[in-house]
Write a protein that binds this ligand. Structure first.
Ligand SMILES: [Cu+2]
Length: 368
């Protein structure tokens, strides 16, 4: 086998040929041939010297994109008690390819936290010895304070929990992440997430919200190569990732993926929180087959959102917010429009929109 065949074979195996071909409609049509080849290529261990894939110790590392807390329904400041623990887990990136992820609460991205501007958070942070080999902490971009909280939450495994308290002084969608020194390693391997601080009056009501975490993995070995991969600092320095993923897994929420596609209905307004953990790459979120009818650049919820933008630039360490109108049935493909990341490195999700056709908007079969 030649290294260049690795990635596409793997993606075809994971997502099915139609899933990949639906991405941009511009791939060559050799899918079935490669798909058959892939079936003979499982769990043989690395052919470039990687150790065999490890047995995952968790069912999946990928957070559920629909697991978003309800909107704020209170009008006065509140105090919240949050407990966050870090967990390192071996999980599959795609079949036969594993790494040891680092997480908040055992998921990538970390949980979506939601509060209102002026609320006080009493946060207890823990790095249990049972789950962790490395020290961790948490840096909230929604916090005024040393390291966004990281300075006072740095804990070695089993050292005992730390508690900090902070008041949210400004609204917006903000990233949180681990900042232990090797920031790039810990964020790459999954230690990032979103805290949404709603403004007074909240955000406009929508029918459905999704939360996706984009990030890059820099690993030893090639994309799609069988075996257990570990973080490669030299590769990270080149900013040329082995994988670019939603939620730590190739195509999990794509057509043909384990939990794909996501679902919406004609007539709905759908909001997507696009959390770009990075650690390095600028993302260009685009919904193929739709448009961001409202786009809250950089997670700014005070300014008027941009309207009907096809894509925008989301730097690493920023959560942006996009909304779409579901005008017609059919698939919407969520991509970073740097499309080699989609076609070759694993970043893709689909929303399947169900409902009655709307031929005034789109008619695939007009009368002659
Ligand atoms: Cu960490």
């Amino acid at each position: 086998m030649t290294p260049i065949n690795h990635p596409r074979r793997r993606f075809l195996q994971t997502m099915g040929a139609t899933g990949v071909l639906a991405v941009a409609g511009c791939l060559e049509g050799d899918a079935s041939e490669e798909s058959n080849e892939a079936e003979t290529d499982q769990n043989e261990g690395g052919d470039d010297g990687l150790p065999p894939a490890e047995t995952p110790d968790i069912e999946t590392i990928a957070a559920d994109p629909t697991d978003v807390p309800d909107p704020v329904d209170w009008n006065e400041p509140r105090t919240h008690e949050w407990h966050i623990q870090t967990e390192e887990h071996v999980a599959e990136i795609e079949p036969g390819v594993t790494t040891r992820f680092m997480t908040f609460e055992g998921q990538v991205p970390g949980p979506f936290y939601r509060c209102r501007v002026g609320d006080t958070i009493r946060l207890t942070f823990d790095v249990p010895e049972e789950y962790n080999a490395d020290l961790h902490n948490i840096d909230f971009h929604a916090v005024y304070g040393p390291g966004g909280g990281a300075v006072d939450t740095t804990i070695a495994p089993g050292e005992g929990e730390e508690t900090i308290e902070f008041t949210t002084k400004y609204p917006g969608a903000h990233i949180y992440h681990c900042a232990p020194g090797n920031h790039d390693q810990h964020i790459s391997l999954g230690m990032f997430g979103t805290i949404l601080v709603e403004p007074e009056g909240g955000l406009p009501e929508v029918d459905r919200e999704f939360y996706l975490g984009q990030h890059e993995l820099y690993l030893d070995g090639e994309t799609g190569e069988d075996g257990h991969h570990t973080f490669d600092f030299d590769e990270a320095a080149t900013e040329n990732p082995t994988y670019v993923l939603f939620n730590g897994e190739v195509g999990r929420f794509a057509d043909g993926g384990e939990e794909g596609p996501l679902h919406a209905e004609v007539g709905e307004t759908v909001r997507v929180f696009w959390c770009n953990g990075g650690p390095n790459l600028l993302s260009g979120p685009h919904p193929i087959g739709n448009v961001w009818s409202k786009w809250y650049r950089d997670g700014d919820v005070l300014s008027d959102p941009a309207q009907y933008v096809e894509g925008s630039a989301v730097p690493a360490g920023v959560t942006a917010i996009g909304e779409m109108e579901m005008e017609v049935p059919g698939p919407i493909t969520l991509v970073d429009h740097a499309l080699s990341r989609v076609v070759q490195k694993g970043l893709i999700a689909h929303i399947d929109v169900e409902g009655e056709p709307n031929p005034d908007v789109f008619n695939p079969d007009p009368e002659p």
